[in-house]
Write a protein that binds this ligand. Structure first.
Ligand code: PEP
Ligand code: MN
Length: 345
């Protein structure tokens, strides 16, 4: 921040400004000009408020410098960005309704789920082929075979597909099959992966890390943008909390906060945020009411047999009910749920 002092500022006031800046935990750099004196405030700009400094006697104006995430910032791009995923628009008034199982398990499973979510009104199919599991003994995904199954299910039901990439070496392969590449919470700060995905021209679904601040999330988006890929969609999927009642802590305020700081679309993922099917509908609605550009929900036709994240999956009929309410909310919010181009209705 740059603190510009009044032209009639006294030496005592200057000393007081320096003292206050340092008392707030920042370093102050004084620069006396012929007509104006300014103080450079050095430290994490997110931790200091403009009005706190503006209230100090002798201060004329406080000017924040550009955020470190220049390309992702609103200043750089005042208009909301619209990301096009094979014809499905996200952001700027268009909502993504992403649904599907946590993991691709079989062609039959994907066919059933894709048909059901398409009928309910979803516009993008999800399914993990490379699963980042906390335990090395858990199901790791079907790999390339899973990518093929996902692609086929998407093509059959007229839905673009999104799937996660976990390793920079796999980006090329995932790029071949996916319409959108997901970077999961556990990899949000895998900078090599971000850069590699930034070199593709595929839309990217960037999930917030479990302990990531909003600034961290925007800095990760900056990695992708800085490589020339401007098609980033952020995803609030909950952060680690202290309460075991929910899997994570759903930070719905991140939605309007990101919109204020960045032009990038942001969707919510109440499935990973809560881990509880009974809480997913309310959090999905809250996300839309907060201005989210879409909702990502895990759906499985037989959650008890799911190989990953079964307990948090909605059944197709439950998803269809949630979609009815989300459509109503979208209308209230003046938003449009993009119709997938492959849809026949
Ligand atoms: C997922 O989408 O299945 C997933 C692993 O999500 P997250 O990275 O948000 O935990
Ligand atoms: Mn999952």
């Amino acid at each position: 921040m740059i603190v510009i002092l009044r032209s009639d500022v006294t030496d005592a006031q200057i000393d007081h400004v320096l003292e206050r800046v340092e008392a707030l935990g920042f370093r102050a750099h004084l620069s006396r000009g012929t007509y104006r004196t300014i103080v450079g405030v050095i430290g994490d700009e997110q931790k200091i408020r403009v009005d706190t400094l503006e209230a100090i006697p002798g201060v004329a104006q406080v000017v924040p410098v550009m955020p470190a995430y220049k390309l992702a910032s609103r200043e750089a791009h005042p208009q909301a960005s619209i990301v096009d995923v094979a014809g499905v628009k996200i952001g700027g008034g268009y909502l993504a309704m992403i649904a599907g199982p946590c993991a691709v398990e079989s062609a039959e499973q994907m066919d059933i789920i894709a048909g059901a979510i398409r009928a309910a009104g979803a516009n993008i199919l999800r399914g993990g082929a490379f699963k980042p599991r906390t335990s090395p003994y858990s199901f790791q995904g079907l790999g390339e075979e899973g990518l093929k199954i996902l692609r086929e299910a998407g093509a059959k039901h007229g839905l673009p597909v999104v799937t996660e990439v976990t390793d920079p070496r796999l980006v090329g392969r995932v790029d071949q099959y996916a319409d959108m590449i997901q970077i999961g919470a556990r990899n949000m700060q895998n900078f090599n992966l971000l850069s590699e995905v930034g070199q593709t021209r595929k839309p990217v679904l960037l999930k917030r890390g479990m302990s990531a601040t909003i600034e961290d999330l925007l800095m990760s988006a900056e990695y992708v943008l800085s490589q020339g890929n401007s098609r980033v969609v952020l995803c609030e999927r909950g952060v680690r909390g202290f309460d075991k009642v929910t899997r994570n802590l759903f930070d719905v305020a991140a939605v309007p906060a990101c919109h204020a700081l960045s032009h990038l679309p942001i969707i919510v993922d109440p499935s990973h945020a809560t881990g509880r099917p009974d809480l997913i509908p309310a959090c999905a609605y809250a996300g839309i009411a907060a201005g989210a550009d879409g909702v990502h929900i895990e759906v499985h036709h037989c959650p008890e047999q799911a190989k990953s994240d079964g307990p948090q999956a909605l059944r197709p009929a439950e998803y269809a009910e949630v979609m009815v309410q989300m459509r109503r909310l979208a209308e209230i919010m003046g938003k449009t749920i993009s119709v997938p181009p492959g849809a026949n209705s």
